[in-house]
Each structure stands twice: as structure tokens, then as C-alpha cells.
Design a protein around this ligand. Sequence first.
Ligand code: SAM
Length: 297
Amino acid sequence: MYHLPVLLNESISGLNLKEDGVYVDATFGGGGHSKHILQHLKGGRLLGFDQDEDAQNNSFDDPRFQFIPQNFRYAKNFLQLYNALPIDGLLADLGVSSHQFDVAERGFSFRFDAPLDLRMDVKNPLTAAVIINQYDEQQLADVLFNYGELRHARRIASKVVQARAEKSIQTTGDLRTVLTSFFPKNQEHKFLSMVFQALRIEVNQEIEALKILLQQTLEMLRSGGRLVVISYHSLEDRLVKNFMKTGNLNGEVMKDFYGNIQTPFRLITRKALVPGDAEIAENNRARSAKLRIAEKI
Ligand SMILES: C[S@@+](CC[C@H](N)C(=O)[O-])C[C@H]1O[C@@H](n2cnc3c(N)ncnc32)[C@H](O)[C@@H]1O
């Protein structure tokens, strides 16, 4: 199974699909959400982005569908190229697919001993090995602190720099060995998840790409168009929440001359929707998902 779609019904209904609308799945993956979007379309179109070339194997042979093997940070340009602007809705189901996590040699999981890679786009020159072996101590500490929310980021970075001076750190197993002394009792898994999350976000420049995508939705969505985002950690969710509330990435509330709040979106979800116990029991990877929906005014 490539990937089990998360919050499927909630996100599809959040798009408020119209038969003849133009929709974008910014994170095609296994095509789980896309498949359901297509079922609602008659005269409409769907364009699916994924920067991982493996995702293309899940593409549909369907005249209403176009797969675009690109980073969604270029969404606006590609939609222009495909004559698809403005759009009626965009779905972004952020993060990694189960497929990426399960293929050992992609290096996404510390369950396997594999090269320190973690790239979604294998053409990207920045791998986790480059970060671990070439970033200076301060840069490393910043990545671990900002993206992994690791309390001992500085000490961890210092240990990595010491260890790599003796022998370069090339595999997930090498890294694990270097970090052993930091494992909290019975929480090795949680600690390593935070380290790998930090490395993954930096390798794929995930926050940067999300900011660019969100900003572009202001120009891509038609009035009444829906923005639907599923995020998996607080850094992403905070950005999405602020952006939907205010239309800017800082979450800065803009007011007009009379003090009325100016925002390009109407919030459809005031609080994030999360999966119920049944979905989490069936799909553990759904456990941290948060769904937010907004409509362009
Ligand atoms: C959680 S999965 C999406 C799963 C999909 N909704 C499904 O049901 O099968 C996220 C996918 O988005 C892709 N992705 C993440 N960031 C991306 C970006 N900046 N540009 C393009 N694709 C991206 C990943 O390669 C991965 O395949």
C-alpha cells in the first residue's frame, strides 16, 4: 500500500467540489485524495503535484487529470502553463507518504540502517548526510532546535561535530550510534523521531515551500475557492492557522480605517479538525494530523 489517505471525507467535503471546477492536489502521493476528487468531477479538471518521482507511478490515465512532477512551490507558474488559473480549490496533505517512510534506502526511517538521505526529490543535492557532515555546529543546532524542538540541540550538535571529526556519519545507524547517550529512558523512538523530523524539514526545505505555496493561493484561488490543508506538526499548523486567519504568514491582523478586520479568507474551520479514534486505530500515521479549511472571499 503506497499510502492510506488521512481525513479523507473531511478534506474532500472541505473542498466543496463543483462538477466543473478546477482543483489542485499539491501533494499527490498515492493519489488517495485525488481519486476521490476526480469522482466528483464532470466537466472539471484536477492537477496533481508531487516532487517525488515515485508518485508518478500512481498517476491516472484520465483526460480530466494532469500529473505535474514538480515541487508545489512552483504551483502558480505550472498552473499558468497548463491554463488552469484561477482554481476552485487546493488541497495540501503535507509531509511524507508511507511509501517514502517504508522504502529503507530513502533514509526516512531510523527503523532501517540506510544512507542518511531523506530527500523527497532525489534531484535535490542536499541530503541529510550533507547536513550532518558539513553544516557548522551552530547551523546544526538551529536545525535541531527549530525543526525538531529538541531541548538539548546545542549539545547534540556539538556531539555530532566531535564524532564526525573522527569518522564521517553516513548512515541512519551511524547517527543513531553517535546519539545514543542522549536517548531519554524508554523514549529512544520519540527522540529519534524528533531528530529525523528536523533533518527532513531542512533537507526538503518544507517550511519555505509551504510559505511560498500559501502565499500563492491568494493569487491562484478564485473568489469562493477553498484552501484545505492537512499538517502533521505544530510548526506547519501554526503557519497555516495564522495564514488562514489573516492572509499573511506572520498572522498579523490587518484593519481598515474603521477598525474592521481585513482578511482574504472566511474560516470554515475555527478549530482544526482531527481524526477520530477509529481512524487512528486503523492508521497510526493519522494521529498527529490537523485539518484546516478556509474560503477565499
Ligand atoms: C502525506 S503524502 C500525500 C498523500 C496523498 N494525499 C494520498 O492520499 O496518497 C505527501 C506527499 O507530498 C509530497 N510533497 C511534500 N512536499 C512537497 C512539495 N513541496 N512539493 C511537491 N510534493 C511534495 C511528498 O513527496 C508526498 O508524496
